[in-house]
Design a protein around this ligand. Structure first.
Ligand code: RP5
Length: 185
């Protein structure tokens, strides 16, 4: 989608080394036609910068924040402590512990300060984009329609892969199984 729209989602990450993974959230939001802004602002290395960005995010009308970080990943938690906007955390695999450290640091928030924590890495970044869109879709019927289309396309892609595999002779069809799009087979 190429429409210029009011950004509704803020994507923040701890380092430029996180970008290759975190850009997946932006790709999904683009596909769904959701305007977003992206920045780098570390909770540990640049806390004042992070706080200033959160204040700006609130005043510019962002509705959801996606925060991705690796290692001792306090970014999403600090954002959640500074704003009432919903925060989605993405733990990243950028240390010797392969993201398990970031997962635990992001998910184990104290009661009262929630971070919706996604899977480690690219799947988590993509799902952060989808979840942000689902939150916004509560008040946006057109976006809800695009999310239904997104889900339908995923199912079609899986079905196509199954058919391609069968064509190549790589899979035997389960007796009695009929794909929805192929009722006569
Ligand atoms: C974290 O430390 C960042 O989110 C990143 O995942 C990790 C490493 O950062 P760099 O040393 O590559 O800047 O704060």
């Amino acid at each position: 989608m190429n429409e210029t729209k009011q950004p509704r989602v803020g994507i923040v990450m701890g380092s430029d080394s996180d970008l290759a993974v975190m850009e997946q959230a932006g790709v999904v939001l683009d596909e769904l036609g959701v305007g977003h802004v992206v920045t780098i602002a570390s909770a540990h290395r640049a806390p004042d910068l992070l706080r200033a960005w959160i204040r700006k995010a609130e005043t510019q009308g962002l509705r959801v924040i996606i925060a991705g970080a690796g290692g001792a990943a306090h970014l999403a938690g600090v954002v959640a402590s500074e704003t009432l906007l919903p925060v989605i955390g993405v733990p990243l695999d950028s240390s010797a512990l392969h993201g398990l450290d970031a997962l635990l640091a992001t998910v184990q928030m104290p009661a009262g300060v929630p971070v919706a924590t996604m899977a480690i890495g690219k799947a988590g970044a993509k799902n952060a984009g989808v979840l942000a869109a689902r939150i916004l879709a509560l008040h946006d019927d057109r976006l809800a329609k695009r999310l239904i289309e997104y889900r339908t396309k995923m199912a079609q892609d899986v079905e196509k892969k199954a058919k391609d595999l069968e064509k190549r002779g790589g899979a035997k069809r389960t007796p009695g199984f009929r794909p929805a799009s192929d009722p006569a087979s």
